[in-house]
Design a protein around this ligand. Structure first.
Ligand SMILES: [Zn+2]
Length: 418
C-alpha cells in the first residue's frame, strides 16, 4: 500500500534547506521518493494521500536518554511498593504516550527487572504501540554509587534488579549478563549523581579499568556504551575507557572537550532533568538533597553545554525522562532548553533526529527523511526552525507515522487516490 504526504514544508533534517510544497512517497515501511508535488507523482489509485498543506513534515523525533520504566514521580521510594507486572503495564503506557508525541525512537538508559527488554519485545511483536527501543537493562554501578538502588534507600529492603560491581572482573561479568539478557548497549555510572542521597555528582563512580572491561565486552559483540557522567574525573575516565556518550556532562573542562572531539564521543546533555528539579523544588516533594545538588550544578552544566557546542562536540538530544516531573511524552521541552542554552533551533532539531540516530547506530535507517529510510515521519503545525516550542503541545503533532503505519492522526485530511 502506497502513502503520499504532500503539500507541506519538508525539513528533512539532513541539514539541507526546507523544501516547500513537498511530497514524500511511502511504500510499505519505507520512504521511496522525496521531492515536491511537481516531481513526485503517483498514477495508481491505490494510494492514501495525506494533505499536509500549511504544516511541517519532519522525520520521527528521537530521545537518546530516557528511562522508559520510570514514572517521573518525585518520590522514588514509592516504586518500592510496585509489583513488577504493574511496572510493565505502566511502561507500556509510557511507550504509547511517547510515540503519540511524535517520538519514534528511544535510547533507554537503564531500568529494572528486564521490563525494558520485555516492553521492547512487545513493541517489536506489534502487541503494543511504542517507539523503536534500544535498551540497557541494568546500569552498572559501584557499591553505594549512583546506580546502586540501595543508595539512600532503607537498608532493610532487599533489592533485585541492579548490577553493582567492584572490580574490572565483576564489571566484565555484569556487562556480559546485560548483553545476554537483551541489552542493546551498556550503561555505566561513571560518577555520583543528583537523585542519589549518598553521593555527589563530582564523585568518581566506576573506575577507568572497570569501565574499560565492560565496554570491551559490549564492543566485542558490536554494541555501544553510554554513561551517567557528571563530574570531571569520572567523565574523563569514561572517555579514556572508550565510552560512546557522556550523558549529563555537568563539568566539562577544555581537556575533556578536546578528548570528546578527538575520540568522537557524543554529549547527551539532558538539561530537562536538572531543570524540573530546580523549578519544582522541595515544595513539590523532591528530596532536599536532590534539589540542593541540582541547584549547585545547573550553572556549570549550562556553561559546559555551551562550551561543548561552540567547540563542535556532537550533541544528541536526551531528556532523562522519568526523573522528577520529567514525564514521558513531554520530551520536546528539551529543545527549548537547548535553544535557551545557546543552540539554534536547527541545531536542536538535528540533535533530536539525525544526531540521535547516529549515536544509536541507526542513521542508515532513521533520523532523516530520505529515500530508502524507514518511514518514521511527523507532520506538525508551525515551523520549528523559527520556534522549537511548537513541537510541545500534543495538538500540534498532527500525524505520527512509524515504519509507514499511521500511529495517530490529529486532523490531517486524507483521501484514497492521487
Ligand atoms: Zn538517566
Amino acid at each position: 500500500m502506497l502513502k503520499l504526504i504532500k503539500g507541506g514544508t519538508l525539513i528533512d533534517c539532513t541539514g539541507k534547506d526546507p523544501v516547500h510544497d513537498a511530497a514524500v512517497l511511502i511504500d510499505g515501511d519505507k520512504i521511496v521518493k522525496v521531492g515536491t508535488t511537481a516531481t513526485v507523482t503517483v498514477t495508481t489509485p491505490d494510494v492514501e494521500v495525506f494533505d499536509a498543506t500549511g504544516k511541517t513534515i519532519l522525520p520521527g523525533l528521537i530521545d537518546a536518554h530516557v528511562h522508559i520504566t520510570g514514572s517521573g514521580d518525585p518520590d522514588r521510594l514509592k516504586s518500592l511498593k510496585e509489583l513488577v507486572p504493574h511496572m510493565a503495564i505502566r511502561t507500556a503506557q509510557h511507550a504509547k504516550t511517547t510515540l503519540e508525541a511524535g517520538i519514534t525512537a528511544l535510547r533507554d538508559a537503564g531500568g529494572g527487572f528486564l521490563v525494558d527488554v520485555a516492553v521492547k519485545q512487545a513493541i517489536n511483536e506489534g502487541l503494543i504501540p511504542g517507539p523503536r527501543l534500544q535498551v540497557a537493562c541494568h546500569g552498572l554501578s559501584i557499591t553505594g554509587g549512583h546506580g546502586d538502588s540501595r543508595n539512600g534507600w532503607p537498608p532493610e529492603i532487599e533489592f533485585k534488579g541492579r548490577s553493582v560491581v567492584d572490580s574490572p572482573d565483576e564489571a566484565r561479568r555484569a556487562a556480559r549478563e546485560q548483553l545476554r539478557d537483551g541489552a542493546d548497549h551498556i550503561k555505566l555510572h561513571a560518577t555520583g549523581g543528583v537523585m542519589s542521597e549518598g553521593d555527589v555528582p563530582t564523585a568518581r563512580g566506576l573506575t577507568l579499568e572497570e569501565m574499560r572491561a565492560a565496554i570491551e565486552e559490549a564492543n566485542n559483540v558490536g554494541k555501544k556504551s553510554m554513561s551517567h557522567a557528571q563530574g570531571s574525573t569520572g567523565i574523563k575516565n569514561a572517555i579514556l575507557a572508550g565510552i560512546n556518550s557522556i550523558d549529563h556532562g555537568f563539568y566539562l573542562t577544555d581537556e575533556i572537550i578536546e578528548l570528546m572531539i578527538k575520540k568522537d564521543v557524543f554529549l547527551v546533555p539532558t538539561l530537562a532533568a536538572v531543570h524540573h528539579i530546580v523549578v519544582k523544588g522541595t515544595e513539590a516533594g523532591i528530596p532536599e538533597y536532590g534539589v540542593r545538588k541540582a541547584r549547585e550544578a545547573q550553572a556549570a552544566h549550562l556553561k559546559s553545554f555551551k562550551k561543548a557546542l561552540d567547540a563542535g562536540v556532537k550533541i544528541a538530544m536526551g531528556t532523562d525522562a522519568a526523573t522528577p516531573y520529567n514525564y514521558h511524552g513531554k520530551n520536546m521541552l528539551e529543545l527549548e532548553l537547548m535553544v535557551s542554552a545557546g543552540m539554534t533551533p536547527k541545531q536542536a532539531l538535528l540533535a533530536t533526529t539525525k544526531m540521535a540516530a547516529e549515536l544509536m547506530g541507526l542513521l542508515d535507517k532513521i533520523g532523516t527523511v530520505e529515500e530508502g529510510k524507514l518511514a518514521d515521519i511527523v507532520v506538525a503545525s508551525g515551523n520549528p526552525l523559527e520556534d522549537v516550542t511548537v513541537l510541545q503541545p500534543l495538538e500540534n503533532i498532527k500525524l505520527v507515522m512509524k515504519g509507514g503505519a499511521v500511529v495517530v492522526n490529529r486532523g490531517v485530511p486524507f483521501v484514497m487516490g492521487a
